[in-house]
Design a protein around this ligand. Structure first.
Ligand code: OGA
Ligand code: MN
Length: 294
């Protein structure tokens, strides 16, 4: 528990893994005091992923209001919302539906039931969101756990040889595929990684709130270290992804209905394991706006 939180009605319980903490004693629907808001932002800086349990029955406006505690919101880009899918339910522009549920033969949300491999949300744009906030409305009986990896720690433990090879490198963050590998509508498939569409960001970034350095990776597929030989780029990227996903940096979250999980895209990658497509999973996601990585 942080010193500040000790006088407040909240409890900050670290997961015991490389990142993440559960916040207890909060009903996110109630207006939070300035002190509690400040303590939550501090806890987010320190733990990078925050879990709030038991928040069932929240509506989109309440989810949006809660997310604003951590900064102004960013709308989901159209490409994320419409990628390969038909119609989506009527939700505010700040909300993305993440679901495998179909209504009248059409998907109501993104990502289906497949695996979403390690990635950073929306990093294919120039100013990716600082955070993503995922709210669990319906959870399948098995599968669909979400894991988070601490990219500060991944950098701090990376061998010197690889650090010096990539320290000034930039990487392209593919926008052609979603995190489950589906082709985004209207974006042609990549045949040469040197032509991958998407933002180009530094491989080592600085967290704007803490000054700490982190590895910054988007998606492995179609990634390329700008101006590197493709072979050398592939070798280094394989090394970076393998190291970033090492279980010593990872916390795996097993969802319950009513969970809210907020993660810091500037210092955390995440992945979702698949689940049986015959079962239902429904999440609503908001994004905290961010700036250009440096
Ligand atoms: C996302 C995402 C993981 C999950 O919404 O960006 O990766 O558990 N979701 O659904
Ligand atoms: Mn994601």
């Amino acid at each position: 528990m942080t010193a500040r939180a000790e006088t407040l009605p909240i409890e900050i319980v670290p997961t015991g893994f490389a990142l993440g903490a559960e916040i207890r004693g909060i009903d996110v629907r109630r207006k939070l005091s300035a002190e509690v808001g400040e303590a939550l932002r501090e806890a987010w800086k320190q733990h990078l992923v925050l879990l709030f349990r038991g928040q069932t029955g929240l509506n989109d406006e309440e989810l949006i209001a809660f997310t604003r505690v951590f900064g102004p919101l960013q709308d989901a880009p159209n490409s994320e919302v419409t990628a390969g899918f038909g119609s989506f339910s009527d939700v505010p522009p700040e909300v993305t539906i993440i679901s495998n549920i179909e209504v009248d033969g059409k998907q109501i949300g993104a990502l289906g039931a497949g695996e979403a491999d390690w990635h950073t949300d929306m990093s294919f744009i120039d100013e990716p969101p600082a955070g993503s906030c995922l709210y669990a409305i319906e959870i399948p009986p098995a599968g669909g756990n979400t894991s988070f990896t601490n990219m500060h720690r991944a950098l701090d433990t990376l061998e010197e040889e690889t650090v010096s090879a990539v320290k000034d490198a930039r990487c392209v963050h593919d926008e052609s595929l979603t995190s489950t590998g589906a082709q985004r509508q209207g974006v042609p498939p990549v045949t040469d990684v040197r032509e991958t569409p998407g933002a180009r960001h530094p491989v080592l970034r600085t967290h704007p709130d803490t000054g700490r350095k982190a590895l910054f990776l988007g998606r492995r597929r179609n990634a390329w270290l700008i101006d590197f030989d493709v072979e050398e780029s592939e070798r280094l990227l394989d090394r970076l992804w393998t190291h970033a996903a090492d279980e010593s940096h990872v916390w795996e979250h097993r969802w319950r209905e009513g969970d809210i999980v907020l993660w810091d895209n500037r210092a955390v990658m995440h992945r979702r394991e698949p689940f049986a497509p015959t079962t239902r999973r429904l999440m609503h996601r908001t994004q905290v706006a961010g700036g250009r990585p440096y």
